[in-house]
Design a protein around this ligand. Structure first.
Ligand SMILES: Cc1cc2nc3c(=O)[nH]c(=O)nc-3n(C[C@H](O)[C@H](O)[C@H](O)COP(=O)(O)OP(=O)(O)OC[C@H]3O[C@@H](n4cnc5c(N)ncnc54)[C@H](O)[C@@H]3O)c2cc1C
Length: 481
């Protein structure tokens, strides 16, 4: 064991090893840059799409980058901030304008008000005191359970601590008398597509929403930040500036790992070509969701028994241009009553032009300010739908499109025109509470390098840019070479 409490892991054996990385999202691209910095010379990334970025996917339309993937930073995002500073220094990180929560189609409130209501207190001062007490208690409990640690994923907790955090986020809050903080966890988790607090394993809430992030909610900046620019450009710039070798459009459909040098056989095809190619490598790094690779990689029994337990959701994002219709005060709105409904409700919308240009209040609600640099009256809004059923199945797709259409109608968004719709499968791949309780996240860490393979990306940590980068940094720190 290395001194920090993490296991020492093995990796590629020599700087000349041929290393294959599957996936050119932030996980794969950032990892390649770290290895290159350390002197590894032969790294090749296979990416099935025609561009790098993965779930950091941005499109410029009417004067603003619309984010189809990562869009916010929270107060714990120091690693993303460092990459922005280094690779895209011209992009500013600014605090996010507040968001509204719709009570019904005509009434809006804020997450802060919901938090106060949840205390049952009539005086805001008394409510705020009780909430602050709960935050201080959460801080103490978190420190007591995990102590101080430097990476997002803490060292493997003792069995006694694992017992204290078993079950869902809600179980944890109940057990430690922290239910006053439930609306904050709901905002950070459920509203961001990280599952309902009564189903997501507690460890994910504890990792992604440590006390420092909860405290951020009470700062003037609200604890959420946005990037004035494209999230995707962080990934493309890391790739460009490090001159990474990326094979775009290479869909990996088979990986055999045999013993010995050159034992990693990667089989891939390229779109529109019937040929199947095979290349040989010495070390393998997998970044897509591990449960998406069960039929691709010859995982052994141990790997398979862990990765087959991952579950995930799907996210549908649709950029729509329409008449402005009915709006709340803020360019970002959550339809609170829809959040907990099954099968792809439209539960949020963001007008990126107004959000990134800080246009809110009457300027937004009444459409006093422009909707883009072209002065046209139509607005452009990203709508979010979240669900578990296969979004590519015909019957489910019909539901998705009809829920979107009826939301637009209800909000009086006339003449809608879909500019682009993206369906993300394998969103927030995670271990259910039972497996998380057994310490599967640390079992994966222990397994790193054992089979000539590293497992990186969101499915082995948490579905956020910061988490994926942190996990890469952790591997670099504890790698034996
Ligand atoms: C709608 C949405 C909103 C989000 N909001 C935020 C946010 O506000 N803040 C935040 O920090 N994070 C957010 N995230 C999460 C963040 O974007 C991801 O956690 C992060 O980008 C994941 O990076 P990754 O490298 O692990 O995976 P990915 O980005 O998924 O990269 C994996 C890559 O592997 C490729 N691939 C998969 N299979 C194969 C194969 N067989 N052959 C070749 N290539 C393959 C894929 O095409 C992909 O490019 C959001 C994500 C989504 C979808």
């Amino acid at each position: 064991m290395v001194s920090m409490g993490y296991p020492a892991i093995s990796g590629p054996k020599s700087l000349n090893d041929r290393i294959a990385i599957v996936g050119a999202g932030i996980g794969g691209v950032h990892m390649a840059s770290l290895l290159k910095e350390r002197g590894f010379k032969n790294i090749k990334i296979f990416e099935q799409r025609q561009e790098v970025g993965g779930k950091a996917y941005s499109r410029f339309y009417r004067g603003v980058w619309n984010e189809f993937g990562a869009l916010f930073l929270s107060d714990i995002y120091d690693q993303v901030a460092k990459l922005v500073e280094r690779y895209t220094p011209r992009l500013k990180i600014v605090s996010k304008a507040p968001s509204s929560v719709s009570v019904n189609d005509n009434e809006f409130t804020t997450w802060g008000n919901l938090l106060i209501q949840n205390t049952g207190e009539t005086s805001p001062q008394a409510a705020s005191r009780r909430i602050q007490d709960a935050v201080a208690r959460y801080d103490r409990i978190h420190r007591c359970l995990f102590g101080n640690y430097s990476f997002e994923l803490m060292p493997r907790p003792t069995p006694k601590v694992l017992q204290q955090i078993q079950g869902t986020v809600q179980d944890f809050l109940h057990r430690h008398d922290l239910m006053l903080l439930a609306p904050i966890f709901r905002t950070f988790l459920t509203a961001n597509g990280y599952g309902y607090i009564n189903e997501t394993a507690a460890i994910y809430g504890l990792v992604w929403l440590p006390p420092v992030a909860v405290k951020g909610v009470f700062t003037p900046e609200n604890g959420f930040w946005v990037l004035l620019g494209a999230f995707q450009s962080i990934v493309t710039e890391i790739a460009r500036q490090n001159k990474l070798h990326i094979h775009l459009g290479a869909n990996v459909n088979g990986i055999q790992r045999l013993p010995g040098p050159g034992g990693i056989h990667i089989t891939y095809s390229t779109k529109g070509h019937p040929n199947i190619y095979t290349e040989h490598f010495d070390f393998l790094i997998l970044s897509p969701a591990m449960n998406s690779l069960l039929d691709i990689v010859n995982f052994n029994v141990k790997e398979r028994s862990i990765f087959s337990r991952l579950t995930n959701a799907n996210y549908i994002l649709t950029l729509v241009e329409s008449d402005i219709g009915r709006r709340g005060n803020d360019p970002q709105v959550y339809y609170n009553d829809a959040i907990e409904q099954p099968t792809y409700p439209v539960y949020a919308g963001i007008n990126f032009y107004h959000a990134k240009n800080n246009i809110s209040g009457d300027d937004h609600r009444l459409g006093i300010r422009e909707n883009g640099p072209d002065g046209r009256p139509q607005e452009t809004v990203m709508y979010y739908q979240y669900g578990y059923e296969n979004p590519w199945a015909k019957d489910i797709d019909v539901i998705i499109q009809s829920k979107l259409a009826s939301t637009l109608k209800r909000l009086d968004k006339r003449n809608p025109r879909v500019l682009e719709q993206i369906k993300w499968g394998y969103y927030f791949p995670r271990f259910p509470p039972r497996e998380a309780d057994r310490g599967y996240l640390w079992d994966v860490l222990d397994m790193q390098g054992q089979f000539n393979t590293w497992y990186i990306g969101s499915s082995v940590c948490f579905e956020s840019m910061e988490s994926v980068i942190e996990y890469n940094n952790l591997i670099m720190r504890i790698m034996k070479i």
